[in-house]
Design a protein around this ligand. Structure first.
Ligand code: ADP
Ligand code: ASP
Ligand code: MG
Length: 923
């Protein structure tokens, strides 16, 4: 029957009576069957007959229920494509603009209308539009296949859902004859699919070509619907079943290679039958040279567009998707990924090969040949210019100003295989043997790394292929293993690859160093490394569980503030609260001027905690803690602040005086969490625990800072460290390092009694609520221990003689009030000491002493000449004198306010900045 349709026609009939093949244009394949007007396929199942299977090329005997698929192309008045060839050649060149719309772009009827509008608004002379299936449809089709193969009869209802989705969309978009015609085709297709799936259900198996045939239907339907919608606007438009045009050869690694020559011929043929200025083509699907339906594999529509763009020598290919372009990293994993304005072909290829699924990796190859630019754009944000992928000119400005690394991508679910042995060194052919074995099992090697000693070769393969590969290797090398020439074939499961991509890496020294230090600082272990000679990428293999963290760590190092820190504040008391307020006031400046981004992700008191994924609004932290706080739980707190992979480095700031919290530092440091604290408990607690902590700190890249434990914000610990690190030798450290005791003795003058000064200080808030906590000297003793240990002395608190200013009988007072009431009774003792001192022109000062020469320390009330710097002190200032081999005659003195919330918080803050600079922030 002659038809007036311009669309290709397919038919399927029982092979027993009419063995036909799925064919596009080869006349010998055609079997004409009566068909409804327009393009149709029919499918009939049989029980056992011969069929042609995908990729093979010969007829094989198959015991399974089977179908024969055929595709014929009819022309106007039923003339076959073959007869019409060579009459018209498709025009090629700049007049063509190629678009590709991804699944989400055609996800529902409204979106299909938007797509039509974009097509109409492109005023290019000729337009070829490649469409994916509506979003999720390809997944649904594969799911049908899986269900049918596993004899799960819910495939029937799943197919019904596919029908319903398209029926509803079509009803929304089309009406009249268009709707009737589309629905009639849709129902035919669905009933064919039903029969086919039934056969698959019975067989419990589907060949690859059958699967591909089923899976490709989504594109057939979306392309038809879109072409109806465009035509409805009055524009002439044809839809193209790309199985009639794109010819591809399957390769061993489950990929296909386009046959450009044959495809070009078929495109000319197709065009001669369907000349049009707007063509809507199916993405994803193609045929083998034997006309067996196949696909370009998952996400292959980008590749379809690239092949067609190359066949047409198009001016540009625009790939429309749901993001603004190619980001510097997967935006689903790295919130702060940035859009890349341009990418070279190589960069785009590397990014997509290593997992940036915004572009199918094979898309680049066909277009590179003709220098056709690809633009990635967002259908949902037409104002975004997108990313241009092209060959940048040598003097490309954008290339010059961007960082050497353009982007990062990861591939998960890999395993590493390490083939190791001394017998490999210098033996020609080992690598070939190894990869020959890998090839034999059809596994895909994603990266290779070989030590120059040739002692080991390691490579990454998809996890699902690792068992087959390792078995093949063990069998291939069984002799070498037995003879000991190979020591092992080791499989390291649960790996991921992280790739840094950028053309400019080739000419920029230090990129790898920065990359590796960012990984080290995020406490991520690198298992293997590879860098190609092109230097377009550096690839590292890491643990699967570290994948996202690593991506964020390296991304933030190259793209964000140089240093982003996740901060958890423990103890929002006076000091903690002051610190939070200081952070609030300073955060903006730090970010803008110094590239340091301090994000407080958690605040916890002993009762309540407040957590945030992205950072607590510090202008409202008190209110938020009250209103949104949940019950405090330090484990959860730590987990959440540190578990936030978005920020690679975590610091917990302990602003309490709690030994329970201090006892957790070791565990935190071990987990890679940096610790900053003014809490003296850990450093003045049991010596063995302190030594363990310091040992861990020295061995790892994790930092532990505690400047504010002595002298609040004064640079005491850092001065001491500076002296030691530069080779000076500490002889003695002596100082007034309690603001309270400094105040008491600075004011214990004239005819004032000691108890009177204590009462005054207590009233002014300069003492602890119970002044005995200051007067006992324990706080000073802790500071002495900290300084002594920092100087290398192995002292414990119990080794330290401490002069307590709490009169013995008052130690047992039940309350601070009782103590204060009774203190005047003992004023005589200190008055006497002061008088004796004054008589010799001296003052009393309560000091801590580290005697490094004699390896001991004391806390005592000492007398100093009135001219001595210690005697000149005012208010609650601290003063520390370092006597060293370099500063022997005149000690090095650090003096200033050494107590109070502002200066203590300032000390902690400066530790945080020090941490940021250790982690790579600019100085
Ligand atoms: P389409 O269906 O339009 O082909 P895909 O889902 O295949 O879309 O690809 C787009 C998706 O790729 C985006 O939604 C994004 O989540 C993901 N993606 C992964 N890496 C990147 C990256 N580096 N830049 C942009 N998108 C990326
Ligand atoms: N629809 C196909 C898939 O989902 C091809 C594509 O969308 O690129 O894999
Ligand atoms: Mg895609």
């Amino acid at each position: 029957m002659a038809t007036t349709t311009t669309q290709p026609s397919f038919a399927v009939s029982p092979a027993s009576s009419n063995p036909i093949r799925f064919g596009c244009s080869a006349p010998q394949c055609f079997v004409r069957v009566p068909k409804p007007p327009c393009f149709r396929r029919r499918l009939v199942s049989t029980t056992s007959f011969q069929r042609k299977i995908g990729g093979g090329g010969g007829l094989i005997r198959c015991e399974l229920p089977d179908f024969h698929l055929s595709a014929t192309a009819t022309t106007v008045a039923g003339v076959s494509t073959e007869n019409a060839v060579d009459r018209v050649q498709i025009p090629k060149g700049e007049m063509w603009s190629v678009h590709k719309f991804g699944g989400t772009c055609v996800g529902n009827s409204q979106r299909i209308r938007n797509v039509a509008e974009v097509i109409i608004n492109d005023n290019s002379e000729r337009k070829l539009v490649v469409v994916s299936a509506m979003s999720k449809v390809t997944d649904m089709m594969y799911d049908l296949l899986r269900k049918a193969q596993s004899r799960d009869d819910s495939y029937v209802s799943a197919l019904e859902a596919v029908l319903e989705k398209h029926r509803l969309t079509a009803r929304d978009l089309l009406d009249g004859d268009d709707l009737a015609s589309f629905l009639s085709h849709l129902h035919d297709d669905i009933s064919n699919l039903k029969a086919m799936l039934r056969a698959i259900y019975i067989a419990g198996h589907a060949s690859e070509s059958f699967s591909d045939f089923v899976a490709g239907h989504g594109e057939l339907w979306s392309a038809q619907m879109l072409s109806y919608v465009v035509r409805k606007t009055g524009l002439e438009c044809k839809w193209m079943d790309t199985r009639d045009v794109l010819i591809v050869n399957p390769t061993s690694s489950n990929q296909v290679d386009p046959d450009l020559g044959e495809s070009e011929k078929r495109l000319d043929k197709w065009f001669s039958l369907h000349p049009s200025k707007i063509i809507i083509a199916t993405g994803f699907i193609a045929s083998t040279p034997q006309n067996i339906p196949t696909t370009l594999k998952r996400d292959g529509s980008d590749f379809s567009a690239a092949i067609i763009g190359a066949l047409l020598r198009a001016r540009q290919i625009t790939i429309w998707t749901d993001v603004d372009g190619v980001y510097s990293a997967d935006p689903r994993k790295v919130n702060e990924a940035v859009i890349l304005k341009t990418l070279s072909y190589q960069e785009a290829w590397e990014m997509s090969y290593f997992g940036a699924n915004v572009l199918h990796p094979r898309t680049i190859i066909p277009v590179m040949r003709y220098n056709i630019p690809i633009v990635i754009r967002n259908i949902f944000n037409l104002s975004a210019p997108g990313t241009i992928i092209c060959q940048p000119p040598e003097d490309d400005y954008d290339l010059k100003i961007t960082t050497p690394v353009k982007g990062f991508a990861t591939i998960d679910n890999l395993a590493l295989i390490n083939v190791e042995g001394t017998g490999m060194a210098g033996v020609p052919g080992t690598a070939s043997d190894i990869f020959g074995a890998v090839k034999d099992v059809g596994a895909n090697v994603i990266m290779i790394s070989q030590a120059s000693s040739e002692h080991s070769v390691c490579f990454a393969v998809p996890e699902k292929e690792v068992n087959a590969v390792s078995e093949a290797l063990r069998s291939r090398f069984s002799e070498a293993l037995q003879a000991g020439r190979l020591s092992q074939i080791e499989v390291i499961p649960n790996c991921s690859i992280l790739a840094a991509v950028g053309q400019k890496m080739a000419s920029t020294p230090g990129v790898s160093c920065t990359l590796f230090s960012a990984l080290a600082k995020a406490n991520i272990n690198v298992r293997a490394i590879s860098q190609g000679c092109s230097e377009y990428n550096v690839t590292v293999v890491i643990k699967r569980e570290d994948s996202v963290k690593a991506l964020r760590a390296v991304h933030s190092r190259f793209f964000l503030s140089r240093t982003t820190l996740a901060v958890g504040i423990i103890g929002p008391g006076l000091i903690g609260a002051t610190l939070l307020d200081q952070l609030r006031d300073q955060a903006g400046v730090l970010k803008e001027e110094f590239n340091i981004d301090l994000r407080v992700l958690g605040i916890t008191s002993s009762k309540t905690m407040l957590l945030s994924e992205i950072g607590i609004d510090l202008s409202r932290w008190r209110e938020l803690l009250n209103e949104k706080g949940t019950e405090a739980n330090l484990d959860k707190f730590t987990q959440q602040v540190h578990g936030n992979h978005f920020i690679p480095n975590t610091v917990l700031v302990d602003c309490t005086a709690d030994s329970g919290i201090a006892s957790r530092y070791y565990d935190w440091l071990r987990k890679g969490i940096h610790v900053i604290t003014p809490n003296k408990r850990a450093n003045s607690g049991p010596l063995d625990q302190y030594l363990k902590l310091r040992d861990l700190q020295r061995k790892s890249y994790t930092h532990y800072f505690y400047e504010a434990t002595v002298g609040a914000g004064l640079p005491i610990i850092s001065t001491l460290r500076g002296l030691l690190e530069t080779g000076d030798k500490i002889l003695r450290i002596e100082g007034i390092c309690s603001g309270t005791l400094s105040y008491l003795f600075n004011n214990f003058v004239g005819d004032r009694s000691f108890s009177e000064v204590v009462a005054e200080a207590k009233k002014a808030g300069f003492t602890e609520p119970d002044p005995r906590d200051d007067l006992s000297g324990t706080d000073v003793a802790r500071k002495v221990i900290i300084l002594a240990r920092e100087s290398g002395l192995k002292l414990d608190l119990t080794d330290l003689p401490v002069r307590s200013l709490v009169p013995e009988p008052l130690k047992g007072c039940a309350s601070a009030e009782e103590f204060m009431e009774k203190l005047p009774l003992y004023d005589g003792d200190l008055a006497k000491e002061r008088l004796e001192a004054e008589n010799s022109g001296e003052v009393l000062r309560y000091v801590g002493v580290v005697d490094a020469v004699n390896q001991k320390g004391t806390v005592e009330l000492r007398r100093y000449k009135k001219e001595h710097p210690f005697a000149q002190l005012a208010g609650s200032d601290n003063i520390i004198a370092f006597t060293t081999t370099r500063y022997k005659d005149h000690p090095l003195i650090v003096r200033g306010p050494g107590a109070g919330a502002q200066v203590t918080a300032g000390g902690i803050f400066s530790d945080m900045l020090r941490l940021a600079s250790y982690l790579g922030a600019p100085s």
